[in-house]
Design a protein around this ligand. Structure first.
Ligand code: NDP
Length: 457
């Protein structure tokens, strides 16, 4: 990662009254400044709501207190609030003009359409030198709109000043994966179709809708998780070895993976699945059926569980199924990359028992590498049984959004999504969306708290 000087920053959070700001951004900022008190950040709130400077300051301080990092408030140099409609160029110019001096970061914690419209009305002259734009997911709503938004942004700033935020890429696990793979002869040479039989990237959570129908009912699990995050994880997992962990090398390598990624056999009808939870109990909570959650429109047929099998058409990965799956209201939280290795070419005759082949399991939070292998020994030395080895990879000092904010404030785009990669991830899921819209893939029910529908493979 690049080593960037940490000067005074002006972090303008557009969407200061929103859920993302209060639930994730402010606590993450508190955490970041707690660990890196040498930073100096003006935390500017902006939005249409009439909030006074004093109220905003109080909100920021309260968020720091709740994050057990009130000490970090000493690094906050100013907390003005700017009331403006950020969906217009005029409003955005007001925000830029009134923001205190410092390296300007405009963090769009607003509905994506607001950010897109406002950026389209700006000119490069509206932005001070070195300004950074940070945009939240979803980036566009399909490949075409993502491309158009990329063109708007490219007319304003160089790519190195544009952050398409994917907090999954900030997760220490994705980075831990690189060390395990590239620093070990045990793993680096086996990272291909020759040795790997299949890969599953899974993000299941016990949480249900949690009152986010406004956003989620229009997105669904496919866009919310697979398009936005899991394809990026796939790209990091499968990339060609970069010469250095620098922006150009890492992002070119991950984008190349995405360009080669397609739905398995180009057949979304057979190789994608969708489900929607019915009433049940998950994570110790009674959940109503998704369709009975407030503000959900059942006619949208939004899926709360999605699964897609992909292939990467390269010499390294041809023939290896990559299954991406994410669901809400599942029986247990499970965030992991499971890597199944092929069996040995010939097992000496005489062994009995479990010779299923080895499995590597990268769990996200807690970050653990699990290795499952067949071993023998004991009373019957010819009998193979499973042994599980675990290595704790260590929890990063900061959580995902603190990593994101550190990168944004440092102007280090290595782990943000490059424009072409954002377009590619829409391209990959589009055939699935089309097949689902046509009704070619059934929307299956699963009770909240279950493992999801059976027989998805
Ligand atoms: P909310 O609906 O909770 O908040 C939206 C915010 O946008 C409000 O503060 C609102 O403030 C502001 N806003 C809306 N229109 C305008 C406008 N024209 N000008 C200025 N401000 C405006 O949304 P979230 O916080 O949940 O989400 C924001 C973004 O973050 C979305 O892109 C979402 O996909 C993304 N995201 C959210 C996550 C979450 O957990 N919430 C997780 C990951 C990404 P006001 O009414 O005062 O203008």
């Amino acid at each position: 990662m690049t080593d960037t000087a940490r000067g005074d920053s002006t972090l303008v959070i557009i969407g200061a009254s929103g859920d993302l700001t209060h639930r994730l951004l402010l606590p993450a900022l508190a955490e970041l400044l707690h660990f890196q008190p040498e930073r100096r950040v003006a935390v500017v709130g902006a939005g249409r709501s009439a909030i006074s400077d004093a109220q905003w300051r109080k909100q920021v301080r309260a968020a720091f207190r709740e994050a057990d990092a009130e000490d970090a408030f000493a690094s906050v140099t100013a907390t003005p609030y700017i009331s403006a409609d950020a969906s217009t160029g005029k409003g955005l110019r007001t925000i830029i003009r009134e923001a205190p001096e410092g390296r300007l970061v405009l963090y769009f914690a607003v509905p994506p359409a607001v950010a897109a419209k406002a950026c389209a009305e700006l000119t490069p002259a509206d932005l001070p030198e070195g300004a950074v734009l940070a945009l939240e997911k979803p980036f566009g709503e399909d490949q075409k709109s993502a491309h158009e938004l990329n063109e708007v942004l490219a007319a304003l700033l160089p790519e190195s000043q544009i952050f398409r935020v994917d907090h999954f890429l900030g997760r220490s696990m994705v980075l831990n994966l690189l060390g395990v793979r590239f620093a070990n002869r045990l793993f680096e040479p086996i990272w291909s179709a020759e040795h790997i039989e299949e890969v599953t990237i899974r993000f299941d959570e016990t949480l249900g809708l949690e009152g986010r129908a406004d956003y989620y009912d229009r997105a669904g699990a496919l866009v919310d998780m697979i398009q936005s995050h899991l394809l990026q994880v796939l790209a990091v997992f499968a990339m060609e070895p970069p010469a250095a962990l620098v922006e150009e090398d890492v992002r070119s390598a991950t984008a190349a993976v995405l360009r080669a990624t397609h739905v398995w056999e180009d057949n979304p009808v057979r190789f994608s699945h969708r489900g929607r939870y019915t009433a049940g109990k998950a994570g110790g909570k009674d959940l109503p059926a998704y369709v009975d959650e407030p503000d959900v429109d059942p006619a949208r047929e939004t899926e709360t569980l999605a699964q897609v099998r992909c292939e990467i058409r390269t010499a390294r990965w041809e023939g290896v199924p990559f299954t991406l799956r994410s669901g809400k209201a599942i029986g247990r939280d499970c965030a992991e990359i499971e890597v199944r290795l092929r069996r040995v070419r010939h097992l000496p005759v005489g062994f009995t028992g479990d010779d299923d082949g080895s499995v590597l399991r990268f769990s996200l939070g807690p970050d653990v590498l699990g290795v499952e292998i067949s071993v023998n020994g004991g009373e019957d030395p010819f009998l193979l049984r499973r042994a599980r080895l675990h290595a704790k990879l260590g929890v990063g000092a900061q959580r995902a959004y603190a990593d994101v904010l550190a990168a944004v404030l440092d102007g280090d785009v290595t782990l943000s999504v490059r424009g072409d990669a954002a377009e590619q991830s829409w391209r990959i899921v589009q055939p699935v969306r089309d097949a689902w819209r046509r009704g070619d893939v059934p929307l299956e029910d699963y009770p909240a708290g279950s493992e999801g529908p059976e027989g998805w493979g």
